[in-house]
Design a protein around this ligand. Structure first.
Ligand code: NDP
Ligand code: MG
Length: 389
């Protein structure tokens, strides 16, 4: 029988990769629901191609336009992302959560209720709302598969392992497009260069976070939450080839590495076929050239000032994660719009995270996802009022 699938954020980088895998393997999968914010052309193309019955368009004007256009079509057009359970009424096999940002949190928790397996790429939701995601996973007995490549690798390496046997986990970082550039040459560098990731093709926001290494700080928090580890056990190491995705050093002296090509289709395809049947990703030979070129470097704090944030991450859950994500989102947006330069992006982030207006919340924690939303608003209201350096 075909697996029933939903893709939240099907028009984004992860969403499109997931869709394309399904398109090539139509005999194994049936898509029940696709969602987008505004990309109506793409979602319509996807829905027609695989005869998807439900599409959801979050942006109200875009929804209204398509709703009118598809008045007599078999495709049902929905608008409310906070009401997924009214669209998917029976349990489905798998949902891919690939909406970017915290808008993905509530839909992820809802999808856990109607999915046997939930694949989560949306790291912001894991970082800020893991407590609520984890609770929903346990309550609904839903299988969770992390999709971020490093976490998919760690998760694979830790199967059948006792957590107490872990000595250290190393998350590999490519170092982004500026690894070998002089600091003085990147202070005013334009976003189009920061978006040129040497190894991965990703959405805009995550590409900027990869250039500053902020993505890796987020991934440390993500790993801490998913694998319930003490923060001191998780380290970052630069590996420019991005062939190795995670290294786990065990107390018994063994070290496990996981390598694969820099293509998100690999973790996604593995998650789709999990516990199902064997499949062939491609027939390429093992990349010995990449293996011979393994090269690991300690990250330089001067190049990547955000590394200092590692000292601020606590084991205890608080508003810190939500505030960090919100400040970074705000600044990345300003940088992408040309309102601040690359230097300011880093400097302001390091400065703002320490101001008393925010630090007073680092001893408090959100009680529910509404508290998280309120905090995001609070941070944005504050940041909109101040003058950035
Ligand atoms: P993209 O920006 O490419 O796509 C995001 C998707 O979410 C799009 O479908 C977009 O719709 C939709 N979306 C965005 N904002 C909203 C909103 N407010 N309401 C409803 N839908 C919305 O992101 P990526 O695919 O790159 O990343 C998705 C998530 O996966 C992120 O959290 C990212 O950190 C994580 N991730 C991504 C990796 C990658 O390789 N790209 C690797 C590891 C993790 P629209 O098309 O209309 O904008
Ligand atoms: Mg990653």
């Amino acid at each position: 029988m075909k697996k029933k699938i939903a893709i939240l954020g099907s028009t984004g980088s992860i969403g499109k990769t997931t869709f394309d895998i399904i398109k090539k393997n139509k005999k194994d999968f049936e898509i029940i629901l696709l969602t987008t914010n505004k990309n109506t052309n793409k979602i319509l193309q996807q829905a027609k191609l695989l005869k998807v019955k439900n599409i959801l368009i979050s942006s109200q004007p875009h929804y209204l336009k398509i709703k009118k256009k598809l008045k007599n079509s078999k495709i049902k057009v929905h608008n409310n992302l906070d009401n997924l359970q009214n669209i998917v009424k029976r349990k489905i096999d798998y949902t891919m959560c690939a909406i970017s940002g915290l808008s993905g949190l509530k839909p992820t928790i809802d999808a856990i209720k109607f999915s046997k397996n939930i694949a989560i790429a949306n790291k912001e939701s894991i970082i800020c709302g893991w407590q609520f995601i984890d609770k929903a996973l346990r309550k609904n007995k839903t299988n969770f598969i992390p999709i971020d490549s490093e976490h998919f690798s760690i998760w694979t390496l830790l199967k059948n392992q006792n957590k107490n046997n872990i000595k250290r986990i190393y998350l590999t970082a490519s170092g982004g497009p500026f690894l070998n550039k002089k600091n003085s040459s990147i202070e005013n560098i334009k976003p189009k260069y920061a978006l040129k990731h040497p190894n991965w093709k990703m959405g805009k926001k995550i590409s900027i976070d990869s250039a500053t290494l902020m993505n890796k700080i987020f991934e440390v928090i993500e790993a801490k939450k998913i694998f319930d580890l003490d923060i001191t056990k998780i380290k970052i190491i630069i590996h420019p080839r991005s062939y190795m995705h995670a290294i786990v050093h065990f107390n018994n002296g063994l070290v496990k590495f996981l390598a694969h090509d820099t293509n998100m289709a690999i973790p996604i395809m593995n998650s789709l076929y999990m516990n199902y049947k064997s499949f062939i990703y491609n027939n390429d030979k093992l990349n010995f050239e990449a293996l011979n070129g393994l090269n690991f470097i300690k990250p330089d704090v001067k190049k990547f000032p955000v590394i200092k944030l590692l000292n601020r991450i606590k084991n205890k859950y608080s508003y810190f994660e939500t505030i960090l994500i919100s400040i970074n989102d705000f600044l990345v947006d300003k940088y992408l719009n040309g309102e601040i330069n690359y230097f300011s992006l880093n400097i302001n982030l390091m400065k703002l995270i320490k101001i008393p207006y925010f630090t007073r919340y680092y001893k408090l924690k959100p009680k529910n996802i509404i508290d998280i939303k309120i905090m995001v608003k609070k941070v944005n209201t504050y940041l909109n009022k101040i003058k950035l350096n």
